[in-house]
Design a protein around this ligand. Structure first.
Ligand code: TRP
Length: 337
């Protein structure tokens, strides 16, 4: 039996934050240690980044930061396939083969596209497609190619991505139906709610809300940001509800079960918000201090990172290239003689 393939990508448009760690990167690295049987593919979705961000410096910086973050947090590039999407020319090539079997109507139903259209309609714009590029419209096809290129069976993603996984299955089925059974149907593995961290203002921690705590700021900056996390106006000594408290939720994502249980008791005893912020800062700093140093070393040697990513691309292409050759042949793009 072939090994289960697990694949996920991170779009390189921003600086990795605590929410990325708790929701995606941490569990993914954990999974590589827990599942010696599985094969892992982790990649920087930098073609996807171009859909959202047309600032070259920012895209470039984010690729460096995201790559360094995975490695600083302990990803072993020997154990997994760790690469940049844009280093695998087979991916855009497969995207085209898939584009030709994808119904336009399927893409019309994609949440991200519909939201953009709705925004135009709401603002009274005469053109519902204003500001919508073909990249945004076809985003789910590129994502399907990322996944189907390696016949990944499991795809850990946030809840907001489950529709994209359904579309990848649809597209795979369509291709299989026309050209024969080439693709495994992928499944989303959705993180649980607890892993979706709240940010400084209590909304979901996200670069789009500008409420993030970056993973690798200095201890001083980290402390400053933790002190800015919004709390309610309960006084020291008043019993507090840990569930629904951003401070508690972040603490829980970084602490052991025993430590978390102990803090639950302190909430019941009425720990002051100021003190809880100090407790949270110390926890975060103790977990992140080691990786922070590793991160600084990695960031200061981009050429070494480049070599690691290119070695990952070689591994990925050794799989992608023969597989794509078979797909091309299946569609009729074959040698003439
Ligand atoms: N769209 C994903 C996100 O924004 C990133 C991504 C791109 C991805 N390609 C993927 C995730 C393939 C999983 C599999 O989070």
């Amino acid at each position: 039996m072939s090994k289960t393939r697990i694949l996920t990508g991170i779009t390189t448009t921003g600086t990795p934050h605590l929410g990325n760690f708790a929701g995606a990167i941490g569990p993914a690295i954990e999974a590589t240690r827990r599942n010696p049987e599985a094969e892992f593919f982790f990649f920087l979705a930098d073609y996807h980044a171009l859909i959202k961000c047309q600032e070259p410096e920012r895209v470039q910086r984010s690729r460096l930061e995201v790559a360094a973050t995975w490695l600083a947090l302990g990803l072993d590039p020997e154990r997994v396939c760790f690469y940049r999407q844009s280093d695998i020319p087979e991916i855009p090539e497969l995207t085209w083969l898939l584009t030709c079997v994808t119904a336009k109507g399927l893409m019309n139903r994609a949440h991200a596209y519909k939201a953009a259209v709705q925004e135009n309609l709401d603002s009274g714009d005469a053109d519902p497609d204003r500001g919508v590029t073909m990249g945004l419209f076809s985003y789910p096809i590129l994502m399907a190619a990322d996944i189907l290129m390696f016949n990944a069976r499991k795809v850990p993603v946030g809840k907001d991505q489950t529709q994209h996984l359904e579309m990848a299955r649809d597209i795979a089925q369509r291709f299989n139906h026309i050209y024969g059974e080439h693709f495994v149907l992928p499944e989303a593995v959705v993180e649980d709610d607890a892993a979706v961290l709240a940010g400084l203002d209590g909304r979901k921690m996200s670069k789009s809300y500008n409420n993030t705590i970056p993973l690798f700021v200095s201890a001083k900056e980290l402390r400053k940001l933790v002190m800015r996390i919004v709390t309610n106006s309960q006084l020291p000594g008043e019993p507090k509800d840990p569930d629904g408290s951003t401070l508690f939720q972040i603490y829980q994502a970084f602490a052991s079960a025993d430590e978390t249980a102990a803090i639950r008791v302190r909430y019941a005893e009425g720990i002051a918000w100021g003190e809880m912020k100090q407790v949270l800062f110390e926890k975060l700093d103790s977990v992140l201090a080691g990786p922070r140093e590793h991160y600084a070393a990695l960031i200061s040697d981009p050429a070494a990172l480049e070599r690691i990513l290119l070695a990952g691309a070689d591994k990925a292409r050794a799989i992608a290239s023969p597989f794509l050759a078979g797909l091309r042949a299946a569609t009729g793009l074959r040698k003439l003689g």
